[in-house]
Design a protein around this ligand. Structure first.
Ligand code: IMP
Length: 424
């Protein structure tokens, strides 16, 4: 963590790495916390002063007084959901207006984007992506097609632009033959959300960020989703629509590559995935069910069961390289406490071909595992590295050797205190 740098905190698998637990370790060390990609498809569960919050669009630094939080240009914002999220925080006593700036270049999610999301999914039959239904894909598509509305548009003659875009969406929805929707109420809340957003600083956030860097301030770029859901580097087409990688930090905040400092990559001691798409390590047996039950692997946004499997070192090697990860953070280690044998996927195999690097399409590849002895001890009681069972330390060292990157933070239980920092 250095002055005048942007450090990135990134989920490097399929999202849901449990980042919410470590952000309060990170945020006090930074002056600014900024989101650079995604929108309300994210659900970051944070417990602050004993109260649980699910942050969707708002950065996790919002709980710290005197900290600036930024929703960057690479994000998409749904005014109605933003309003509900922000009001919950305001009711809990957090003064958002002075702590949160929103990029005027971030794109707006309209109610009809959400209908389009559902209509497109319905039209895909068995090729459904399994989206969160928050309108993410249609909004980013529209951004690329140069027809979207941006946060800055709220300031001008907004109603006309909104109506025109809405009518365009309604035509697209009719063309898809999708009729199962009624946005009347949703639209009213959405328009109230637009009014509510006007009370915030809607600005050129990249200017503030670059000025802060020039003054030697520290910025934390808070990722959402994960690298394997990245539009370029994920398991396309079963991905989200934004740039969730370290490259996305630069484009999504308007900061130069030379400003990037540490890149923290978060992963769990095992794998999960929500939604459709290839997942070579997926377990369909009792072991998968046990990981899900012990790890409470149910989606924060949609409540769906997460698909579970052993750690995928092929995927990790790939995402560490793509992001230039400098330090790894392993979450939920204690979930594996009771397993006599721990497996790790070291290669994929298909039609007699074996690969240790991530193929273009991971569909149909089988995981090749190595087995390690489980530690069968209660990690949640360990407060220091010395107290950790040797077999767990061996698992950690094994992963480090396999992926060529140090694991500097180990999460050994759900509570904030159950975190072991090895060296930073
Ligand atoms: P979308 O982002 O709603 O378009 O969904 C695309 C894919 O990304 C689906 O498989 C979702 O389940 C997945 N996804 C989106 N956001 C998250 C997240 O925050 N955690 C995990 N998976 C996500």
């Amino acid at each position: 963590m250095a002055n005048g740098k942007v450090d990135a905190l990134l989920g490097i698998v399929f999202g849901d790495e449990g980042k919410g637990k470590v952000v309060d370790f990170f945020t006090p060390r930074y002056d600014i916390v900024a989101r650079f990609a995604g929108g309300p498809n994210a659900g970051h569960t944070i417990i602050f002063n004993g109260k649980k919050f699910v942050l969707r669009s708002i950065p996790s630094g919002i709980f710290d007084e005197g900290k600036l939080n930024i929703i960057g240009n690479g994000c998409v914002v749904a005014p109605d959901l933003f309003m509900l999220e922000a009001q919950e925080l305001e009711q809990a006593g957090y003064d958002l207006k002075n702590r949160l700036h929103i990029s005027n270049r971030a794109h707006l999610i309209l109610p009809t984007h959400r209908v389009l999301d559902r209509a497109l999914e319905a039209s895909k039959g068995k090729n459904k992506v399994g989206t969160t239904g928050k309108g993410i894909g249609p909004t980013y598509s529209e951004k690329a097609a140069r027809t979207g509305l941006r946060v800055g548009d709220i300031a001008g003659s907004f109603q006309e632009k909104y109506e025109a875009l809405k009518q365009n969406h309604l035509r697209q929805i009719a063309n898809l033959g999708y009729t199962d929707f009624d946005i009347t109420e949703e639209e009213q809340t959405w328009l109230r959300g637009v009014e509510y957003m006007r009370g915030f600083v809607l600005t050129d956030t990249e200017t503030a960020l670059n000025e802060a860097l020039a003054q030697g301030k520290r910025i934390l770029a808070e990722g959402a989703q994960g690298t394997l859901l990245d539009i370029d580097h994920g398991t396309y087409p079963f991905v989200s629509s934004s740039s969730t990688t370290c490259g996305g930090v630069c484009t999504g905040l308007g900061v130069p590559p030379r400003a990037i400092g540490e890149v923290f990559g978060i992963f769990k001691a095992y794998s999960t995935r929500v939604g459709a798409g290839p997942f070579p390590v997926e377990l369909f047996d009792e072991t998968g069910d046990r990981i899900r039950d012990i790890g409470r692997e149910y989606g924060a946004v949609t409540g769906r069961n997460r698909r579970c499997g052993w750690l995928d070192l092929v995927a990790l090697r790939h995402t560490i390289v793509i992001n230039g990860v400098t330090q790894l953070i392993m979450m939920k280690s204690d979930v594996l406490d009771s397993f006599p044998v721990i497996k790790a996927c070291v290669a994929y195999e298909k039609d007699g071909v074996r690969t240790q690097t991530m193929p273009y399409d991971t569909e149909g590849w089988q995981a090749v595992y190595e087995e390690l002895p489980g530690w069968q001890a209660d990690l949640t009681q360990c407060k220091t590295e010395e107290e950790l069972p040797q077999k767990f330390k061996d698992y950690v060292a094994y992963i480090e050797r396999q992926v060529g990157c140090p694991i500097t933070i180990l999460s050994v239980g759900p509570d904030r205190e159950q975190t072991i920092v090895r060296s930073l």
